[in-house]
Write a protein that binds this ligand. Structure first.
Ligand SMILES: [Zn+2]
Length: 200
């Protein structure tokens, strides 16, 4: 199905990591409307190979500092690294719980409290393990005219989505010091979802 990407608005976003600009995007695919924002630092030029992170919304981690996952640590690490270079972008997708939404995510956490891992919990709820396809962040990278990026990610599907639209990807590991609590979660991501995590 064809889809159209629109940049709806752009504004300043001063942060404790430095000055970003925030770009708001909408993508319509049939009846479905997806939203995402891009945080951008510095001037992106077509021949640059900037740091790039695709981050999926994690209310529990990003906002409440949850230790069930390492999302917040990865986001902060990305903002810090980009600020260190003075250039780069982060696409933040509204895909809570790998796309299942916050209510199902809490249901899955309840099953995990009873002993299921992150993949088993989704399957027990009759949900896909991962509903994300990363076409929106790939389209946003194209919108910025990028031909190559240094992707801060452990997820091979993100690399594939960017390469599918002709963007050359050099992967930068996004491993964080996530602590013991997130260790089991990360091990399942590595063993069942194919994430490229070395430090476990
Ligand atoms: Zn998370």
């Amino acid at each position: 199905m064809s889809s159209s990407l629109q940049m709806a608005a752009e504004a300043r976003l001063p942060s404790r990591f430095g000055e970003f600009r925030i770009f708001a995007f909408e993508q319509r695919t049939g009846q479905q409307l997806d939203e995402a924002v891009a945080l951008v630092m510095g001037e992106l030029r077509p021949d640059d190979c900037p740091l790039y992170r695709i981050h999926s919304q994690c209310l529990t981690g990003d906002v409440f500092h949850s230790l069930r996952c390492d999302c917040r640590a990865q986001l902060e690490q990305a903002m810090e690294q980009i600020a260190g270079e003075g250039k780069g972008l982060i696409v933040y997708e509204m895909k809570e719980g790998r796309g299942i939404g916050i209510v199902n995510k809490v249901r899955a956490y309840a099953l995990q409290d009873g002993g299921a891992d992150t993949v088993e919990a989704n399957l027990q709820l009759g949900l896909d393990v991962d509903l994300r396809d990363y076409r929106l962040p790939a389209a946003i990278a194209q919108w910025f005219g990028l031909k190559q990026v240094r992707l801060m990610s452990n997820n091979p599907e993100k690399i594939a989505a960017l390469e599918a639209v002709g963007i050359h990807v050099k992967r930068i590991s996004a491993e964080t010091d996530a602590g013991d609590q997130a260790g089991d979660y990360l091990r399942v991501k590595k063993e069942k979802l194919g994430h490229l995590i070395d430090g476990l």
